[in-house]
Design a protein around this ligand. Structure first.
Ligand code: BT5
Length: 266
């Protein structure tokens, strides 16, 4: 019996043919292999690329997580991409942008594949406790305002259970493992960019308020007791809120209320 082989290589032409956006993906850099899409996008933004420019690669040689961690980005198995954004906001508000992204991705995959994911603060997307999407946003500032944000998104799409490196097999999952079918990455990318554009426009016009309510509805630890790991230092308390700048508001046992900008919820 012959088995059909499906290809979904992420060429600029194919992505463009599927895109239904006004500015997301107006300019596309599509690579076979790149060090890190975030690093490429950062340089492109510094040279003046406009809002919406997309950098995507079949694989990353040095995919980056937060806090200098690594992001596993195997060839043709996932969506490894970065988008340049230029929100006209004070530098202090930069942390709010990735919340728009995590909600958009969760909504796009729920609408298309009926996959209900959870958000783990700050912006990991999980399914049954395992991570399929991570977000790394990096920014540049000018005169205390945002010059640009590079929004880096990594989504595990078509890895099979047996394909994970040993250190990830208990913590990572792909959409294919959840959906039980191979997924066309270019189609998924187009859906995500459309949703991201819509939510980002809403954010620019109306602020984060309503989008943040949708974020909270997907975050099971919201309003619960949590432990935040900050590179070995532990903060414990009740997850009270996320403020306008994207900080988590934590009420510690002592009664003290603090703002937390980064870390990992245990
Ligand atoms: C993140 O970091 O989750 C942000 C990941 C952002 C990746 C995108 S891909 C496109 C763009 N270009 C880049 O260079 N990066 C962005 P963090 O929360 O620090 O999570 C990293 C941790 O997740 C690692 O230490 C591993 O434990 C785990 N991990 C690594 N690769 C993974 C994968 N493919 N799936 C699930 N977990 C992974």
């Amino acid at each position: 019996m012959r088995r059909s082989v499906k290809y979904d290589l992420l060429s600029e032409n194919r992505i463009r043919a599927l895109l239904d956006t006004s500015f997301m993906g107006e300019k596309i850099y599509a690579f076979w292999s790149v060090g890190s899409t975030n690093e490429f996008a950062y340089r492109a933004a510094a040279k003046g690329d406009k809002e919406g420019a997309l950098v995507i690669a079949e694989r990353q040689e040095r995919g980056k997580g937060r806090l200098s961690r690594k992001w596993d980005s195997p060839f043709a198995k996932g969506l490894w991409f970065s988008v340049i954004l230029r929100p006209d906001l004070p530098a202090t508000r930069v942390g709010i942008v990735p919340y728009v992204a995590s909600v958009s991705i969760a909504e796009a995959i729920e609408e298309t594949y009926k996959i209900q994911s959870e958000i783990k603060w700050p912006n990991d997307l999980l399914y049954q406790g395992k991570k399929f999407c991570g977000i790394l946003s990096e920014a540049d500032f000018k005169d205390e305002r945002i010059n640009f944000v590079v929004l880096g998104i990594g989504i595990n799409v078509n890895q099979k259970a047996k394909e994970w490196p040993s250190e990830l097999k208990d913590v990572a999952i792909s959409l294919r493992m959840i959906y039980d079918k191979w997924i066309d990455r270019a189609e998924l990318l187009a859906l995500i960019l459309a949703k991201l554009e819509k939510n980002y426009q809403q954010f620019k016009i109306n602020g984060i308020g309503e989008i943040m309510e949708r974020w909270k509805a997907r975050c099971p630890r919201y309003k619960k007791n949590i432990v935040i790991d900050q590179m070995g230092k532990h903060l414990e308390g009740r997850f009270r809120n996320i403020d306008e700048d994207g900080y988590l508001i934590l009420r510690q046992k002592s009664g003290e209320v603090i703002r937390v900008s980064a870390g990992d919820v245990a």
